[in-house]
Write a protein that binds this ligand. Structure first.
Ligand code: HSE
Length: 349
């Protein structure tokens, strides 16, 4: 006979209600039954976004109403019976959240505004779930230590391979397996562009399609110049392999120099270009690099299409473990947040 299930309400503050934020709201709605089976009842009590508006409501905000307002271009300030807030600082003061869900656009140079949001939330005693690569790639050790000292969780599954589980897989199932090397395709936009160009689409048109489909970053140069992939490789190195690398330590080349001719020549030889990220042991510890490599079409990396991502984790205990799945997209990234929220719920004291 099933035991009594205690339902635990998690008060969420969402910062960022653009493509990813709305994907998270959709995922929260779609996953309600599974969350409830697990005894978790996430309740969004505040949404903070400088463009669509910032509001809070003691009893929680209805996700369908938030989505309808944002999708029709109406300010969230028109939400019935909700109060407006000036920004995250005020939301933290008035809404009393348990978890900050940080979903603002990534800035790999400064980490802002996400870095400030994560620091403020940890200081205020909230767990943090984020899909933002800026804060985690630039300040992972600092943020992890702050969270650890405060007994809080910092989870960021969506920063690598979006909703395809890698970080949680490494933390749980692959713990103790002795990872020797990690390699694979970690940028969906580049993989999409390369696949489209193999079909004869021009680079410019393929990039514009990737932007339209929501795969590319707000500044897509980060995707095509390999900075997005470098940030993901760095996050894997530091959080999974306990390396102490910085973004500038990742040896990086993008795909923007690849010509249509390079791509067609590879195709004729049964090969294909892929942007590959790699972390392996060098003479002085872990080394990380990102760059285009010509691979056989029959290789796991070569058969990936569109925004698919793939990682091969070479381990002492199991040999190679491969995981593949979507690496970008609104709903896929939304799922990463659901998985992290469930982990926060399971690990909460
Ligand atoms: N721009 C990223 C990509 C989004 O294309 O992979 C997911 O991190």
């Amino acid at each position: 006979m099933p035991g009594l299930l205690f339902v635990c309400t998690m008060r969420l503050i969402l910062v960022g209600f653009g493509t990813v934020g709305r994907g998270v709201a959709e995922s929260l709605l779609a996953s309600e039954p599974e969350l409830s089976v697990a005894g978790a009842e996430p309740r969004v009590v505040a949404v903070v976004d400088p463009v669509v508006g910032s509001v809070w409501r003691e009893g929680g905000l209805d996700l369908g109403t938030l989505l309808r307002l944002a999708d029709t271009g109406e300010s969230l300030a028109t939400y019935p019976k909700a109060e407006t807030v000036s920004g995250l600082k005020e939301a933290l003061e008035v809404a009393g959240g348990d978890v900050l869900v940080e979903l603002t656009p990534t800035d790999l140079h400064t980490g802002e505004p996400g870095l400030g949001h994560v620091r403020a939330a940890l200081k205020a005693g909230l767990h943090v779930v984020t899909t933002n690569k800026g804060p985690i790639s630039l300040a992972y050790h600092e943020l992890r230590n702050t969270a650890h000292k405060a007994g809080l969780q910092l989870r960021f599954e969506g920063t690598v391979l979006s909703g395809t589980p890698v970080l949680n897989l490494c933390e749980a199932g692959l713990a103790g397996a002795g990872i020797r090397e990690i390699r694979g395709v970690v940028n969906g936009t580049c993989n999409f562009i390369l696949t489209e160009m193999e079909g004869g689409t021009s680079y410019a048109k393929a990039l514009s399609k990737a932007q339209h489909l929501g795969y590319a970053e707000a500044d897509p140069s980060g995707d095509v110049e390999g900075r997005d992939a470098a940030a993901k490789v760095l996050i894997l190195a530091n959080s999974v392999l306990d390396a102490n690398l910085k973004l500038e330590d990742v040896n990086r080349t993008g795909i923007s120099e690849l010509t249509a001719e390079d791509i067609q020549t590879a195709c004729k030889a049964g090969k294909t270009w892929r942007l590959i990220g790699r972390i392996s042991q060098g003479e002085n510890g872990w080394e990380a690099k990102v760059g285009p490599e010509e691979v056989n079409r029959a290789d796991p990396e070569g058969s990936l299409t569109g925004p698919e991502n793939l990682l091969i984790l070479d381990t002492e205990a199991l040999g190679e473990v491969t995981i593949t799945g979507p690496g970008a997209g609104r709903r896929a990234t939304g799922h990463a947040v659901i998985a992290d929220l469930l982990e926060v719920h399971r690990n909460a004291p």
